[in-house]
Design a protein around this ligand. Sequence first.
Ligand code: CP
Length: 305
Amino acid sequence: MRHLLSTEALDRETLTALLDDADEFAEVLTRPQPKVPALRGKTVATMFFEPSTRTRMSFEKAAKALSADTMSFSPGTSSLSKGESLKDTVLTVRAMGVDLMVVRHKATGAPWRIADWLDIPIVNGGDGAHQHPTQALLDCLTIRQHFGTLDGLRIAIVGDIRHSRVARSDIFAMSALGADVTLVGPPTLLPIDPDAWPVDVSHDLDDVLEELDVVYLLRVQTERGGGSVFPSLAEYTTRYGMTTERFRRLKPDAVVLHPGPMNRGVEIGHDVADDERALVLQQVTNGVAARMAVLFALLGGDTDA
Ligand code: CP
């Protein structure tokens, strides 16, 4: 694996190897000294042209836990404001001695362009509504830790799938690991051609609710137009929200995931978000270990270290 840009081409074997490494790194992170020298001497740059809390900070923590140095690019205080191009920006940062870049950009395909321009591994930290592969890894890690496997699990991804890079990455990773994935949402929030994906489709959450092992809730992406395709947020909650009443109807061992940031009271009820079967903070914790596994794989980390 030279870059990690998408989950679409990741097979079961590759995903399983990354998740196995992530489990080991999760153990490292529980030690009194949560650090290994595997990437000593390497430098990881986080190049986030869109806002982030979880992805950016967990990549920085992951790099440091592997003893790599980190550099952080912030567009608002950079020479982008003087008109410097994306290409010149990344060539400039590369010239400072960076070994890997994590890129988030609102433009679909931007990480692929940067991978063409540079001679170092690129990790897609989220491009437009397209892909967010490390989110899928941490989601699969969280589900695998809970159930032991994804094989045969019934997973519903609910909400604004049309604008969701998380959904696009999760669909391929979860399916490759043996889960049955159903997309749930109004037609206006579903992709135009879901038949192209390994999924079932439902427009009625209540129809499938009681069969699910995992309910994966998505935020309505108002910044990408998701809020303009149904009458009101209240109606969205009535039809697709994980309310306390719906939560009670889930199987006793079913769990709820959300990539964050959550809109409490819209796609997820306040009480549901704080329930122990909502694994949202476990997902965040696993984000560090999953990203350690990716950095380790791409930078050829020292296994003995
Ligand atoms: N889930 C996710 O990508 O969160 P951030 O936008 O905070 O990185």
